[in-house]
Structures are given as structure tokens and as C-alpha cells.
Design a protein around this ligand. Structure first.
Ligand SMILES: O=c1ccn([C@@H]2O[C@H](COP(=O)(O)OP(=O)(O)O[C@H]3OC[C@@H](O)[C@H](O)[C@H]3O)[C@@H](O)[C@H]2O)c(=O)[nH]1
Length: 408
């Protein structure tokens, strides 16, 4: 019995000794670890490493609120045309750094190229816009049904990997992934409203910024001169061209409704008479008519008494205006035109005819009876000056801009 107790005590003493031994070993290894850290200034190097990493990450990380998002918020405060916040999806889109439509870009970073669809991009104005966007380095999709547009206008981009051409009528919906939509396609028919709805639907679905090309014709036969954007116009709802005027007015209404109701980023350009290369010779406008008639040595058809006035802008000025409008912050209608005004008689007199007309008496053929003439149309371009800084070299005061450029 006693020997069993002795044995137990012995085991207990041994266990205690082993425990002490283990503790001693642990404390020795702890001392070794601490010693290891302090040896050869390892701790100093580790601290320097942490500090460097912290500086690097804080310098390269995106700010919590990127500059261009701040700009959108600022512009919202300036924007009196709406009380709704702007499209959230667009801002999120921007935060991802995939698009920067006019916002500030972080210092040192190259501006991202955009994916842009231009409806009616094979037409007169559309093709010039496409040229500029391609030149800027963007990826451009042209959607055109070629009713009035021509493939030749954009042929020179075929084969460029940043360019796509789709034959499509916008009265049918289309799904594309883009950052911006320039909606130029618009026949003078009631279907233009359907096309606009489809493209607004696309803008809503993909969170793209939408620019509607409207017209000075929304002012109808204006009672105010020159026309400011706040003027509501004087339009005949049942005239022969009313489907165009009223169609564009409805398109503007829809555009603003999509903006107010769904927060879509929208721009509206009210375009005044424009001329330049690639104009359709048979589009019925006064400039192309006069040029065609001069070339055919026919009398110029001056409608009415010829005292009605128009302003004419060169197409490159218009394209510049469209792009600045799209990239800028102005929501709501914006006149794009040239402030210089002419009567149609003056325009006819300025059309170079001398070599082409046999008899000076054939200069003008007045069509007096049933031509309905809008008396005065010219934009109030105070804002236009601010954003476009008009190029006076393109004022229509003679020959070359019309004849040379429309013939190339
Ligand atoms: O052969 C002609 C053609 C037109 N005209 C007159 O010239 C003036 C200008 O007529 P245009 O057909 O060139 O065009 P408008 O200025 O009325 O509208 C044009 O330019 C502005 C755009 O927004 C419109 O969409 C576009 O149709 C009108 O008073 C018209 O009666 C002529 O005297 N002779």
C-alpha cells in the first residue's frame, strides 16, 4: 500500500518537473522569437514596409467620390429644368470608370474612349458627326435604314475595328451596348415618334446618355424673333409638314418625360438650317435647290416674296455644337445655328450664277401662289456663342462654302 503511494507521488513529481521543463522551453523559444525580430533591425524594415504599402494604396485608390460624379451632383444643383435626381445607373456606370461623358478625369489618366451609336449616321449631318467621333478615338455604331442616308458617306470607316454599320430602321427596337446615343434618324413622317421612343427605351435599358436632334421647326411660324429656347412656338397642327414639326415637338416631350420620370440623361439640340458637303441635292432645302438649279443652269426658285429670312450654319459648326452639348451639362432644348440672317432673295443673289446662267433675267423664278413661307427663322444664339464660339469663317456670304463643298 505504502509503496503504491510512493509510486504515485513519484509520478506526480515527474509530471510537475516535465511541466516546468516545457514552460522553460516555451519561454526560451519566445525569447528566441523576440530576439529574432529585433536582430538585424528586422522590425525597422518591417515598419518601413508597412508605411510604404499604406502610402502606395492611399495614393492609387479611387477617391470615395470621383471628380466627375461630384460634377454631376453640382450640375444637378444648377439644373433648374428638373427637380428629380439624375440617372443613378449612369453615375454608377461612371464610377466603374467605363465612361466619362464630359466629367473631369483623374489627373494623369487618359480619357476613356466611348461607345457611341449614331442613328442616321450615314446621312448628311450624321456622317460628319461620325467622322469627328472616330477622329476622337471613340467606337461608333451607325444605325441607318439608308432611306436618305448613303453608304458612301461612311465607307471610309469600313474596316476600322472601332466602326460598325448596321442597316436598321429605328421604328423597330434594337439592343446595343453603348455609352451615348445620338439620335438623328428622323423621317418627316409620324413614325419618327416611334423611332424616338425606341431609342429612349434603349437609353433607359442600358443607362446611356441620349441626345435628340430636334429642329428650329418646333417654333413653327414664330411670333418671336429671334427664337429663344423658352419660346413655345406657333405651330399649325394640321399643315402639310405638321407631321415633321409636331413629330419633333412630341419627340422633345418624350425626351423630357423620360428624363423627369426615369432620370435618363438627355440633351436636345434644336438645329437651324445647315449646309455643307454631302447634302442631298434633292432634299428640297433652299441651299441644295439653289445649288442644283445653278448647276443645271435653271432659274432659282424663290418661294413667296423672298423676304423671309433664314440663318445658315456650316455643318462642321453644327457637329461641334452637338458634341459639346452631349458632353456638357445642359438639359433641355438648345438652339444650334448661326446668328447671321439672310432673306431668300439675298441668298439667291449670293448664289454664284454668273458663269452658269445664260441670261441674267433668269436668275429668279418666284413661286408666289401656294408656297407657305415661314417668315423669320434665326436662333437666339447667346448661349450658342458661349458653348460653340462660332467660327466666322463659315458665314454664308458668298460662293465657295456652298458650291465647292457640296460638290465634293
Ligand atoms: O427652292 C426653294 C426652297 C426653299 N425656299 C425657301 O427657303 C426657306 C428655307 O427653307 P428650307 O427648306 O431650306 O428649310 P427650313 O429653314 O424651313 O428648315 C430646314 O432647316 C432647319 C431644320 O431644322 C429643318 O429641319 C430643315 O428642313 C423657306 O422660306 C422656303 O420657303 C425657297 O425659297 N426656294
Amino acid at each position: 500500500m505504502n509503496s503504491r503511494i510512493d509510486e504515485g507521488m513519484k509520478m506526480e513529481t515527474e509530471l510537475i518537473r516535465e511541466g516546468d521543463e516545457a514552460k522553460r522551453r516555451n519561454s526560451v523559444s519566445e525569447t528566441n522569437r523576440i530576439g529574432y525580430i529585433f536582430r538585424d533591425q528586422r522590425l525597422v524594415f518591417a515598419l518601413i514596409g508597412f508605411a510604404a504599402a499604406a502610402i502606395f494604396f492611399s495614393a492609387t485608390a479611387w477617391p470615395a467620390s470621383p471628380p466627375h460624379v461630384v460634377q454631376i451632383a453640382d450640375s444637378f444643383r444648377q439644373d433648374e429644368s428638373t427637380h428629380l435626381p439624375r440617372r443613378v445607373a449612369y453615375e454608377i456606370h461612371s464610377e466603374l470608370g467605363r465612361v466619362n461623358a464630359g466629367g473631369k478625369i483623374p489627373l494623369g489618366l487618359k480619357k476613356k474612349s466611348l461607345r457611341i451609336v449614331v442613328t442616321g449616321g450615314a446621312g448628311f449631318v450624321g456622317s460628319h458627326l461620325v467622322d469627328r467621333l472616330m477622329e476622337r478615338g471613340d467606337s461608333v455604331i451607325v444605325v441607318d435604314n439608308f432611306f436618305t442616308g448613303r453608304k458612301e458617306n461612311v465607307m471610309h470607316h469600313l474596316g476600322n475595328p472601332r466602326f460598325e454599320l448596321i442597316r436598321h430602321d429605328v421604328v423597330e427596337p434594337i439592343l446595343l451596348e453603348v455609352d451615348q446615343i445620338y439620335h438623328l434618324a428622323c423621317p418627316a413622317s409620324p413614325t419618327n415618334v416611334v423611332g424616338t421612343m425606341n431609342m429612349l427605351g434603349l437609353a433607359k435599358r442600358i443607362g446611356a446618355r441620349f441626345l435628340l436632334t430636334s429642329t428650329s421647326e418646333v417654333y413653327g411660324d414664330p411670333l418671336q424673333h429671334p427664337q429663344v429656347e423658352t419660346y413655345w412656338g406657333n405651330v399649325n397642327p394640321i399643315g402639310v409638314r405638321s407631321c415633321y414639326d409636331e413629330g419633333k415637338r412630341t419627340a422633345e416631350t418624350l425626351t423630357m418625360d423620360y428624363h423627369r420620370g426615369l432620370g435618363i440623361e438627355v440633351r436636345i439640340a434644336r438645329i437651324f438650317n445647315t449646309y455643307g458637303p454631302r447634302m442631298c441635292i434633292d432634299d428640297g432645302r433652299v441651299v441644295s435647290n439653289f445649288v442644283a438649279q445653278a448647276l443645271r443652269k435653271e432659274p432659282l426658285t424663290v418661294y413667296g416674296d423672298g423676304k423671309q429670312t433664314r440663318s445658315f450654319q456650316y455643318v462642321s459648326d453644327l457637329v461641334e455644337g452637338l458634341m459639346r452639348l452631349m458632353e456638357g451639362e445642359h438639359v433641355g432644348p438648345f438652339n444650334l445655328g448661326n446668328p447671321g440672317e439672310f432673306t431668300m432673295l439675298e441668298l439667291a443673289q449670293r448664289t454664284p450664277m454668273k458663269e452658269t446662267m445664260i441670261d441674267k433675267g433668269l436668275y429668279f423664278m418666284k413661286v408666289l401662289e401656294d408656297q407657305i413661307c415661314i417668315e423669320e427663322q434665326s436662333p437666339n444664339t447667346m448661349e450658342h456663342h458661349r458653348i460653340i464660339a462660332t467660327d466666322s469663317s463659315h458665314h454664308l456670304d458668298g460662293r465657295t462654302p456652298i458650291l465647292e463643298k457640296t460638290n465634293d
